[in-house]
Design a protein around this ligand. Structure first.
Ligand SMILES: Cc1cc2nc3c(=O)[nH]c(=O)nc-3n(C[C@H](O)[C@H](O)[C@H](O)COP(=O)(O)OP(=O)(O)OC[C@H]3O[C@@H](n4cnc5c(N)ncnc54)[C@H](O)[C@@H]3O)c2cc1C
Length: 433
């Protein structure tokens, strides 16, 4: 293959990794990013003096592609592991969660339900081939294993507050890989262990950027691609602010829902396939607190008076003071809360905190913020493998993938890296020039 001029759309971890792979093979690479910074969902912001991710990020023990990249970029020494705690706020009471002892002392389930729950977790950990679970319905699968009552106590509100009208039509493979990833991130049966990068995801993103620039790649910020130019069925360039820039190929790493607008010449049946894939936005509140809210990194919530699926106290993973708490509102754009202001959502979260910790007082809040991402969570119904359009599109030279292509795995930087390699291979093969 000759040296190609390739435009990569998006400078999230996937776009950066695609660019790294293409540069290693000797191609000429430009990355175009609409935002004013690299990182996409992993980007950081200045939270009143603290550089921190817009959305929380934890690393699991099985994130092997990430470990390989950290090694390649000489960042392995920045990886830290913390023995984390988990909580479950159920009907007005905070329980310890995530260990056999916590399960035994939880008073919301019968002994038989607890046994079935534990058995299901053990079984899920052992699954290696997720194909048979692709066509299975997640809620049916969970109900069958743990029973209706335990499903209602442990899962129902999590599904409903994250997936809304899609709750009853989710693939068992997607939920199963989530359970397995977290279940395997342990030091022992009794102790969950989660990882983070000292300095945050920014440390990795900046090193990727340095690699790209050092190897001749270029990153253009505030440069959203408006359209992909196609001549005789083949990519000929991109258009940004009415300026046409020629290139041989375009590799999009943005949510695929943007693609039909970017490439109007795509055939209708391909566009239809893209449009069947749904996504849920997130509005994620982040608070800086004078005192820790709890001892937990992760707290799941099932309480009729609290309309968020959980809170993530990041400072119990990456120890820091003041405390940092994230509270995500996942919701379809049709949900009335989506049109509420960030300030309203922030106040709603603050209003919940005294329930989670009765000692909490509003003057603990030192800083507050809310970020939104429109295509934050791909909805993966049963049969999702067959729903995903191919990375190689009918337009010659136009390739695409997004976080949905991690399936059956859920969103993670680890999966961005893995899918980026597959995307680069789909686009230009594996032969260096
Ligand atoms: C609430 C939340 C919690 C998360 N928790 C974790 C976690 O604990 N651990 C973990 O590993 N991961 C986590 N993730 C997921 C992780 O952040 C993502 O998997 C990862 O950042 C996705 O990277 P990406 O490059 O594939 O896509 P994105 O981050 O979506 O990047 C796509 C980029 O394309 C850009 N773009 C869009 N349109 C255009 C255009 N027309 N022209 C140019 N650029 C364009 C966007 O601005 C964006 O920067 C979380 C995400 C969220 C939202």
């Amino acid at each position: 293959m000759n040296k190609q001029r390739i435009a990569v759309l998006g400078a999230g971890p996937m776009g950066l990794m695609v660019a790294m792979e293409l540069l290693k093979q000797g191609h000429d690479v430009d990355i175009y990013e609409r935002d004013d910074r690299i990182g996409g969902m992993s980007a950081s912001f200045n939270f009143e003096g603290l550089e921190i991710e817009r959305y929380y990020h934890f690393i699991c023990k099985t994130d092997f592609p990430l470990f390989q990249l950290l090694d390649e970029l000489e960042l392995s020494d920045r990886l830290r592991w913390t023995d984390t705690k988990m909580g479950f706020f159920y009907n007005g009471k905070l329980y310890k969660w995530g260990t056999p002892m916590a399960l035994l002392t939880f008073d919301g389930l019968s002994l038989i339900s607890k046994f079935r729950y534990g058995l299901h977790a053990m079984f899920t950990k052992s699954i290696k081939d997720w194909r048979p679970y692709d066509r299975m319905n997640a809620t049916t699968w969970l109900r069958r294993w743990i029973g209706e009552r335990a499903y209602n106590v442990l899962w129902k509100s999590l599904f409903e507050l994250k997936l809304f009208e899609y709750s009853e039509n989710i693939s068992a493979a997607w939920i199963g890989t989530r359970i397995k990833r977290v279940a395997l991130s342990r030091r022992s049966l009794m102790q969950e262990t989660m990882g983070y990068l000292e300095g945050g995801s920014a440390v990795l993103l900046e090193k990727m950027e340095q690699f790209i620039v050092k190897n001749g790649g270029r990153i253009h910020l505030r440069s959203g691609i408006d359209r992909v130019e196609v001549r005789d069925g083949k990519v000929s360039g991109i258009v940004i602010n009415d300026e046409t820039i020629s290139c041989n190929s375009v590799i999009s790493t943005a949510p695929i829902q943007y693609v039909p607008r970017l490439v109007p010449t795509l055939p209708a049946d391909f566009v239809e396939r893209i449009e069947t894939i749904k996504n849920i936005p997130v509005a994620c509140v982040i608070l800086k607190l004078k005192q820790p809210l709890s001892e937990n990194f992760w707290m799941n919530i099932n309480d009729p008076s609290i309309e968020i699926p959980g809170v993530i106290e990041y400072s119990n993973l990456n120890k820091m003071s003041p405390s940092i708490v994230y509270a995500p509102f996942y919701m379809p754009k049709t949900h009335p809360k989506w049109s509420e202001s960030n300030e309203t959502l922030i106040e709603e979260v603050i209003g919940y905190l005294h329930k989670l910790n009765p000692a909490f007082r509003p003057d603990w809040v030192l800083a507050k913020h809310c970020h939104r991402y429109e295509f934050a969570q791909t909805i993966c119904p049963p049969g999702f493998y067959d729903m995903l359009p191919s990375m190689k599109t009918p337009v010659d030279g136009f390739f695409m993938a997004d976080t949905g292509y991690y399936y059956p795995e859920d969103r993670s930087i680890n999966e961005s890296i893995e899918v980026a390699k597959a995307l680069a291979t789909a686009a230009i093969g594996t032969q260096a020039l």
